[in-house]
Design a protein around this ligand. Structure first.
Ligand code: C5P
Length: 233
């Protein structure tokens, strides 16, 4: 299959059509944005690191029975995936309090949750991705009750698999964001799983190994992405 015209360009990736209507090629870019696009920059080689990290983690999930869009790696920054219609939800799973949850509930960053929390946000840049509950999701017809159940179960399963795997690599999985899509009525895990979409803390030093280094101007952004890649490759 070859890369034909671009179907879509997002903040961090481009999606290309192929000769097969059920297959697309995703290309990872070096562009970085934060705070709903208000902060912009470039992270050297981010496209490479995120493509490699995401491929490794999607392979791991597939091996553990999670249905995903991922088929295989192509070039250094590209992957072949199943075409999906993205469900406009950002599904966040949290093990440790950080970021927006810390602000919203007044909890200290680093507070370890007794059980993971799942949250849904409406993927709408123009609205600033507002938090939704199940009733909102049904009212907006983004998903029905069965689909919400399936997505929730998949979110927690992904958390169990990733948390255990990363822990063995010396990485604490603090939280992460997933996106799901539909192909022929089946729900597949889609998008990417990378330091752009997860919070990873080094287990021994507590050092942040993710996009918070860019968001909070902590420096060492490229090194952090390279470090995660070196542990999961
Ligand atoms: O900002 P917040 O604390 O809600 O983020 C939770 C998790 O979801 C973080 O790992 C963050 O990187 C990810 N996220 C994302 N894309 C967004 C919002 C959050 O990948 N638009």
């Amino acid at each position: 299959l070859t890369k034909l015209e671009m179907l879509y360009e997002g903040k961090a990736k481009k999606v290309y059509r192929t000769e097969d209507k059920d297959r697309v090629i995703i290309e990872y870019k070096d562009d970085a944005t934060a705070f709903n696009g208000k902060k912009k920059g470039t992270i050297q080689e981010k496209g490479f690191y995120n493509a490699q990290i995401s491929a490794a983690l999607f392979n791991l999930l597939e091996d553990n029975g999670v249905k995903t869009h991922f088929i295989k790696k192509l070039g250094d920054r590209e992957q072949l995936t199943t075409y999906v219609d993205i469900i406009p939800l950002e599904v966040v799973v949290r093990n440790i309090v950080a970021g927006s949850l810390s602000k919203r509930l007044g909890l200290e960053e680093g507070y370890v949750l007794e059980e993971p929390i799942i949250e849904f946000y409406y993927k709408r840049d123009d609205l600033g991705d507002p938090l939704l509950n199940n009733s909102h999701i049904r009212a907006l017809k983004l998903a029905d009750e069965e689909e919400i159940k399936e997505i929730t179960a998949m979110g927690f399963k992904v958390n169990d698999i990733l948390r255990n795997y990363l822990s063995n690599k010396g990485i604490e999985l603090v939280d992460f964001k997933l996106e799901f899509g539909k192909n022929n009525g089946n729900i597949l895990l889609a998008d990417e799983i990378s330091p752009d979409t997860c919070r990873f803390w080094d287990k021994s030093s507590g050092e942040k190994l993710d996009k918070d280094r860019f968001r909070r101007d902590l420096g060492g952004v490229e090194n952090a992405y390279r470090e995660v890649w070196s542990r999961v490759k």
